[in-house]
Design a protein around this ligand. Structure first.
Ligand SMILES: [Cu+2]
Length: 114
């Protein structure tokens, strides 16, 4: 009986696992890119992701950004820097919840040039 329950669960869960660990497919700016300006920060996912927290860090510390997208699971996340970004290197970190319920996190890097 118990075995059957587990098996049934496995069958139900299996299709969801195909989408497990949705990953960031593309970001703006692109990971590792050198850009002259950053009008927006965005990430696209191959499966809806609830983005719980984000941060943008420069060598001088945290940079304020404003979310454009809400807390609902979505395949696209957008945020805007509140000020023009000074030349330098930046790191964007995010934490989220994948549609299969797994907590996820990631980061990407870019450089703003003069
Ligand atoms: Cu997962």
């Amino acid at each position: 009986m118990f075995k059957q329950t587990l098996l049934g669960l496995a069958v139900v869960v299996a299709p969801a696992l195909a989408f497990a660990h949705s990953k960031s497919e593309a970001t703006t700016p692109a990971d590792g890119a050198a850009v002259t300006e950053v009008p927006e920060l965005s990430m696209r996912f191959d499966d809806p992701m609830r983005i719980i927290s984000v941060s943008l860090t420069s060598p001088d510390g945290d940079v304020e950004i404003e979310r454009e997208t809400g807390m609902d699971p979505a395949t696209e996340f957008r945020a805007l820097p509140l000020e023009e970004l000074e030349p330098g290197s930046y790191r964007f970190d995010w934490r989220g919840m994948a549609s299969d319920g797994h907590p996820m996190q990631g980061s990407f890097f870019f450089t703003v040039t003069e």
